[in-house]
Design a protein around this ligand. Structure first.
Ligand code: LAC
Length: 310
């Protein structure tokens, strides 16, 4: 009999705990949830475990404060770090979260040298870059949460506008998970029809603006933290794509090495995911204006990478 995959989620805050819950409910893995706060991950894990007989899943979920318990994980999802408060940008979190991300990555790699790492901690593109520096993993094994989430927001807004199922919509969102995010309307499709044929430019621009500000919109409403239901759903779908060896193409933050004419920078691009992690970076054919926008986005992330240097 095979054994279930082992997924560790670092951080038992809103994103971490929702992600652990979604993964447990999917049933294909056993889940370890780690936090530095004592008793918190144990309490949340026990609560989720007690939902198993009700919701009908067999995954085990364990809370811990000890990285030893994460040993031999197939995938580690990193959610630790400070979240935004109203008025803050993701970039304001850089200095606080870089120390946390590098410590967490070191601990993760000590016990799971062969894992695939997925990062949600913001500013996420810079944090993926940093983790790759710390763990020296191949770039296929470290990715960031971005396109699935931002695409999910755009799909939601388009679905509302056109009154069609969001499931019929595929979104093309590239670049930074931040202000310089690049949405490509002509490659955003409603059942195969480009968005540009369905909505006016003004309408599309408004939907793009709402998508770029999507995280901030939630922060503004919640006041005490940032989004977690959609982010955790995005993370769980990335985990599932890898663990089920699906070859699904999803938008994730990946280190570029010449793709799109960009090097040594992490940006959201469509990637093919399977048990190897990022099996392939998909290079879309962009026009001049789109390429320029992506270059601008690369510059924004490079600025953050520069700012992390001692
Ligand atoms: C957001 C955070 C996860 O976009 O960056 O809500």
């Amino acid at each position: 009999m095979g054994k279930r995959a082992k997924i560790s989620v670092i951080g038992a805050g809103n994103v971490g705990a929702s992600c652990a819950q979604r993964l447990a409910e999917k049933g294909f893995s056993d889940v370890i949830m780690l936090d530095i706060v004592e008793r918190l991950p144990q309490g949340k894990a026990l609560d989720i475990q007690e939902s198993a007989p009700i919701n009908g899943f067999d995954s085990s979920i364990t809370g811990t404060n000890d990285y030893k318990d994460t040993a031999g994980s197939d995938i580690v999802v990193i959610t630790s770090g400070a979240a935004r408060k109203p008025g803050m940008t993701r970039d304001d979190l850089l200095k606080i979260n870089m120390k946390i991300t590098s410590d967490v990555t070191e601990n993760v790699v000590r016990y799971s040298p062969d894992c695939i790492i997925m990062i949600a901690t913001n500013p996420v593109d810079a944090m993926v870059y940093l983790a790759l520096q710390v763990n020296k993993f191949r770039r296929s094994r470290v990715m960031g949460l971005s396109g699935v989430l931002d695409g999910g927001r755009l799909r939601t807004f388009i679905a509302e506008e056109l009154k069609v199922s969001a499931q019929n919509i595929t979104a093309c969102v590239l670049g930074e998970h931040g202000k310089s995010m690049v949405v490509i309307p002509r490659l955003t499709m409603v059942n195969g029809v480009p968005l540009t044929q369905l909505l006016s430019k003004d309408k599309i621009d408004a939907l793009i603006a709402r998508t770029v500000g999507g995280g901030a919109e939630i922060v503004g409403l919640l006041k005490t933290g940032s989004a977690f239901y959609a982010p955790s759903a995005a993370l769980a779908s990335m985990v599932e794509a890898v663990i089920t060896d699906s070859n699904r193409i999803l938008g994730c933050g990946a280190l570029l090495d010449g793709e799109y004419g960009i090097k040594d920078t992490v940006l959201d691009v469509p990637v093919k995911l399977n048990r190897n992690g990022i099996e392939q970076i998909i290079e879309l054919e962009l026009n001049g204006d789109e390429k320029e926008q992506l270059q601008e986005s690369a510059k924004a992330v490079q600025g953050l990478i520069e700012a992390m240097k001692p």
